[in-house]
Design a protein around this ligand. Structure first.
Ligand code: HEM
Length: 396
């Protein structure tokens, strides 16, 4: 069972004593048992040749440790196997391992003031939690709502903490609308752009390693980083009521994956008694979307469904759909609207408040203190800083 805290349990497992297979315990290591283990990329084998000397190879990366560690049949040896579900998430997991290892080196140079593993993990986790709130959440949700929730604390989810169904079954599934049909992986691979299906097949089908020419260049995933000629930034799709057609090609279930995903998001909401968008809007004191707004940009067929049974779905709109429509008509799909932002802000802030080890409870007050890329002033930290510090931005 994963922890509901933002403590990177997928990276750390139960720590070096219990999940020793995740950690580097070699006697010669100066930070024995503190650093996490990595894997090596292959140039050829299952999954195809890396073509390192052909058109698409990335010689700079060949033979490097840009993969998670794997068993002989390529099963990922990581704290949560689900992070090896697709190429990009797997590569991000490997980036977090490298971030941890670099932080260990950094603190070692400065001199540890606490148990080396605990101090490293705490530094990593606090910087990560900072990024979740101040970089990710403030982009995806209304920053005013995030700031207000941080300042006065969550006020709508009360009592004993559990993951709210409004979050897991509706609001946080907003991400399904941002999935793209294809993803640039790295510049040398441009001639073979990766479809969504390839991004999933690469890891999952027959359990493949990450070949050296499939190493993800994270410069292509974050604005403000150099993007080589011939490739573009992988900008997420807008948050709206449309899903990428590329989802139709994903394996896993018989039938159409895209329809299955949408259906599941809606059916689970019904089965778990998730309140309608209008009910949540009223509960938080927001003006619900009008019937006109709910029907904006829709096809005639969609609006027929919304109007059926005496306008049932216009009066009680399923929360997942409502949140997507709210983002679409109120925020042009660039971020979540009031209902979506409130559910996310309340949940994330509550998670951090519940965890006595989170950066919100640190004394003295936590401010990021790791160096940032490009000489940016220390005191803030975003995802590009983390990836840069980890050494996985391949153009650096
Ligand atoms: C290509 C990318 C993705 C695929 C193929 C995918 C697919 C799925 C599937 C099949 C489920 C299970 C549905 C069910 O049985 O109810 C699910 C659940 C979920 N997904 Fe995604 N998803 C993707 C990306 C995302 C993103 C980007 C987010 C959020 C930012 C997200 C948030 C969630 C949440 C919150 C759940 C529910 C988890 C739970 O209830 O424990 N997903 N996803």
């Amino acid at each position: 069972m994963r922890s509901p805290s933002l403590e990177l349990d997928a990276v750390y497992g139960d720590g070096p004593a219990l999940d020793a297979f995740l950690y580097d315990h070699r006697p010669a290591q100066p930070l024995k048992g503190v650093k996490l283990l990595l894997g090596k990329n292959r140039d050829s084998g299952p999954g195809g040749p890396s073509l390192k000397n052909g058109n698409f190879g990335n010689p700079a990366l060949v033979g490097n440790n840009f993969d998670v560690q794997r068993t002989s049949d390529f099963t990922a040896i990581i704290g949560d196997f689900r992070n090896d579900e697709n190429l990009i998430v797997s590569q991000l997991h490997h980036a977090f391992i490298k971030f941890h290892n670099k932080v260990a080196d950094h603190l070692n140079t400065a001199g540890f003031t606490n148990d080396p593993f605990t101090q490293t993990k705490t530094t990593v986790t606090h910087h990560y939690q900072w990024i979740v709130i101040h970089d990710f959440l403030k982009r995806i949700a209304d920053p005013n709502i995030v700031n207000k929730t941080l300042a006065s604390g969550p006020k709508f989810f009360k009592g004993k903490f559990f993951m709210p169904v409004e979050f897991s079954v509706a609001a946080y599934r907003f991400g399904h609308s941002m999935i793209r049909n294809d993803y640039f992986i790295n510049a040398p691979l441009t001639a073979r752009p990766a479809t969504l299906k390839q991004v999933f097949d690469f890891i999952r089908i027959d359990l493949l390693p990450v070949l050296s020419n499939w190493v993800v260049d994270f410069n292509l995933y974050f604005p403000g980083r150099p993007v080589p000629a011939g490739v573009s930034l992988n900008v997420a799709r807008k948050i709206d009521t449309r899903l990428a057609l590329g989802l139709e090609q994903l394996p896993g279930e018989s039938g159409n994956f895209m329809t299955m995903l949408a259906k599941r998001n809606l059916v689970r909401g019904l089965a778990l008694g998730v309140p309608s968008g209008q009910a949540v809007a009223k509960a938080i004191g927001a003006i619900p979307l009008s019937e006109t707004e709910l029907q904006q940009n829709n096809t005639t067929e969609e609006n027929k469904i919304l109007n059926a049974s005496n306008k049932l779905l216009l009066a009680k709109t399923p929360l997942w759909y409502y949140i997507l429509k709210e983002a679409e008509v109120k925020e042009q799909g660039k971020r979540l609207g009031t209902v979506g932002s409130t559910i996310l802000a309340e949940t994330f802030v509550r998670i951090l408040k519940e965890d006595s080890n989170s950066f919100l409870h640190a004394t003295p007050k936590f401010k990021p203190n790791l160096p940032r890329f490009g000489g940016r002033p220390v005191g803030d930290f975003d995802m590009t800083d983390l990836l840069h510090f980890a050494g996985v931005l391949t153009l650096d």
